[in-house]
Design a protein around this ligand. Structure first.
Ligand code: GCU
Length: 707
């Protein structure tokens, strides 16, 4: 009896040891289970030479040791003799065609069956990126005997923005509380920080803003700067710079100055001293990210100064230390009765050319606020003399939060590939943010609002990790396809078996369009629940500001639905170049994905499908729901090829997703029907509940809201 008990206990422990709880992310280094592939790698990788012995090289060595030992069940020997090594990591400061973080990988034949891999980089961080690339190739079972790759990042700044508060609440976070435990810092370095840095380095992320854009001045006090230093020290070997959010009123809040006016010499001095204090602790501190005069945050306009005055004052403070200022363009005024779509452009376009050369303007992908599908922001291409960064959102604030599987790479690609026509055809958003279009070679980049929390699997939904992964990979190489990213992530995260990869990637690649269809088809936007942004609430009209309310955005009435942004409406379209306007200006030829963004359309308008608008709306909503059922079916194919733990998690979440998709369809259509007065198409699924029922739903404790 006693032995049986012990045996069971051991079994349980083994199970726990092997339980796939998602903590390892895509860096799972389990033994390759195809014998032929395994022996190919085992024969090719025995000895490794690493030229440098910096902290970053030590990270590389450990990663190669863990990776190779796990994947090949064979410990690599680290040799000091470059001649006998199979992989040679060496620095070449003069390497042509290489940027500071780039690397080359070359295979050289030695004999018929033997080859060496030569890795070159200008700096040790390039070698680390190359090491991760090699491990990724092994994890995804690619040949390594004929490599001839040059890899340079497309963007120089590849940054995560954490909306994490000092009390560990994460604004719009759906994966637990913040991983940054400020209370225990600086003395306690959580293993999580190291694992976080490793994961970021593996996909080329090189910066992190560790505090919320709705900033707290306390982070700039000395005690908190010491904590920030501890994080910066932990992240440095992984090539990750730390940035902080700067609250504009910090001089008043911390040191009781009378003003925070950016033109006041005392205020300027305060920031200069603060910068000095920070750089003494963190010599490679990245700089400040600033949300000013937006949604209640203080800023230069409190003192009748411009955004440029504010940004430049901070830029001057960090310039002696090579710091930068990332100034957010997510600004809309409380007083202006102007279409919110237009406000950021109106505010910033006239300031083009008036920022210091260490300032970047950070612009959200679309003009409103991370909606399921937005046209690209009109500021892309409109400010040739200012480096423009793009801000994406990984955390799924408006994209089903942590209960829905939505792979965001197709959305990111849609925006990157959009043509601004700023300098004729092919002036893509990608070419704006990589600095090539307007020659901002030194300062360019992209950031993403993180979806990371202290949940065991980091991101809440097991598939949300793929969005973190996709951001890093795309920021490194904007040309990668969504399919390539989904495929490599799936192979690393779940399985390399072709049928499993095929089902999972298909599910991922369909998920973005599915979500847009069952939430906001045909260009609807901002019709989600108040405050927590959870679920549908197209009827919402009780919030203080008109432009926080859904009814402001869809403008449904007895005539039709949609926001007229043409010349007979708010004329927001005029903020785009003439060629872009052509795609959207005529309601008959407008790309229907964006139709209701720009037009108020009558209910019986003929769509390209031949259906009326009302019927098309019904059709699209239901199409989205049906797509979720297909995702469920595809997931069933994975059952026998992956671990039970994650299979069941995703199975349950997909079932929630289906319920939520039906809820969106039924609630939105029942509400819009009160205007269209049209019946549902024949054989259309009957809504489960009444409109009154959907309108009565409340979610006071939905996650992610508030401070
Ligand atoms: C959204 C989000 C806020 C956030 C804001 C921002 O409005 O709901 O929580 O603060 O974006 O980007 O600043």
């Amino acid at each position: 009896m006693k032995y049986k008990y012990i045996f069971l206990l051991i079994l349980l422990q083994i199970q726990l040891l092997y339980a796939e709880n998602g903590y390892r992310l895509w860096l799972r280094y389990d033994k390759i289970n195809n014998n032929k592939t395994l022996s190919y790698y085992q024969n090719s990788i025995k000895k490794i030479f690493i030229e440098t012995s910096t902290p970053t090289s030590k990270v590389l060595k450990e990663e190669m040791r863990n990776g190779i030992t796990g994947l090949l069940h064979q410990s690599p020997i680290f040799t000091n003799d470059r001649l006998e090594a199979d992989i040679i990591f060496s620095i070449n400061t003069k390497a042509k065609n290489l940027s500071e973080e780039g690397f080359t990988l070359q295979s050289k034949k030695i004999t018929k069956n033997r080859f060496k891999i030569i890795v070159n980089a200008k700096k040790d961080i390039g070698l680390l990126y190359a090491g991760f690339e090699l491990l990724r190739m092994i994890q995804t079972a690619q040949k390594i005997d004929s490599l001839n790759t040059i890899s340079n990042p497309s963007l120089s700044l590849r940054i995560l923005n954490h909306w994490d508060n000092l009390n560990r609440h994460v604004e719009r976070g759906y994966a637990g509380i913040s991983i940054f435990n400020w209370h225990n810092l600086p003395a306690y370095i959580d293993q999580r920080y190291i694992d976080y840095a490793r994961a970021n380095a593996s996909i080329g992320i090189n910066g992190t803003v560790v505090t919320n854009v709705n900033a707290n001045a306390t982070i700039l006090t000395h005690a908190y700067l010491l904590k920030t230093k501890a994080l910066a020290d932990a992240f440095r070997p992984y090539g990750i710079k730390v940035y902080l959010t700067a609250k504009f009123s910090a001089p008043i809040e911390i040191d009781h100055l009378k003003t925070a006016d950016p033109l006041n010499p005392e205020v300027q001095k305060w920031w200069q001293n603060k910068a000095k204090e920070i750089y003494e602790l963190i010599p490679d501190f990245g700089g400040f990210l600033v949300k000013a005069n937006s949604e209640g945050q203080p800023g230069p306009q409190n003192y009748n100064r411009t955004h440029a005055d504010g940004a430049n004052m901070l830029a001057d403070a960090v310039a002696p230390f090579k710091g930068i200022i990332i100034w957010r363009a997510f600004v809309y005024s409380n007083d202006t009765p102007e279409d919110r779509f237009k406000q950021a452009y109106n505010e910033f376009k006239p300031l083009d050319g008036s920022f210091r050369n260490n300032v970047l303007l950070q612009v959200k992908n679309g003009p409103i606020d991370f909606q399921p599908r937005e046209p690209f922001h009109p500021l892309f291409g409109a400010m040739p003399n200012t480096p423009i960064m793009m801000e994406l959102q990984l955390t799924q604030e408006y994209l089903g939060q942590a209960t829905q599987l939505v792979f965001e790479a197709p959305m990111f690609k849609e925006i990157l590939n959009a043509d601004t026509y700023a300098k004729g055809a092919n002036s893509t958003v990608a070419s704006v943010i990589d600095g090539s279009l307007f020659n901002h070679k030194a300062l360019n980049g992209c950031s993403s609002v993180a979806n990371i929390g202290n949940d065991i699997n980091w991101c809440g939904h097991p598939f949300a990790q793929a969005n973190w992964y996709a951001f890093g990979r795309l920021a490194w190489n904007t040309n990668l396809s969504s399919e390539a990213i989904a495929t490599e992530w799936t192979k690393q995260t779940f399985s390399t078996a072709p049928p499993i990869v095929a089902s999972i990637t298909k599910m991922m690649l369909n998920s973005y369009d599915a979500m847009v269809e069952y939430m906001t088809p045909l260009g609807l936007h901002h019709i989600m629940g108040n405050n927590n942004h959870y679920g549908p609430m197209p009827w919402g009209n009780t919030l203080a500001r008109a432009d926080w309310n859904p009814v402001y955005y869809h403008k449904a009435d007895s005539m039709g639905i949609g926001f007229n942004r043409t010349v007979s409406g708010t004329n927001a379209l005029d903020q785009y170049s003439k060629q872009v306007q052509k795609n959207w200006i005529d309601s008959n030829s407008c790309d229907e994905k964006y139709l209701l963004w720009f037009h108020h359309i009558s209910w019986n308008h003929r769509m390209k499908s031949g259906r009326t608008l009302w019927n098309e709306l019904c059709f699209k909503y239901n199409d989205g729901v049906e797509a979720v059922k297909k995702m469920q079916a595809l997931w069933q194919h994975a059952q026998n090829g992956i671990d039970a733990e994650r299979f069941h998690q995703v199975e349950q979440l997909l079932s929630i997703q289906l319920t939520e998709a039906e809820w969106w369809r039924d609630a939105c259509l029942l509400y819009f029907q009160t205007f269209s007065k049209e019946p549902f198409p024949i054989n259309y699924p009957k809504p489960k509940y009444s409109l009154a029922y959907y309108q009565s739903l409340q979610f006071p404790y939905a996650p992610g809201g508030g401070q």
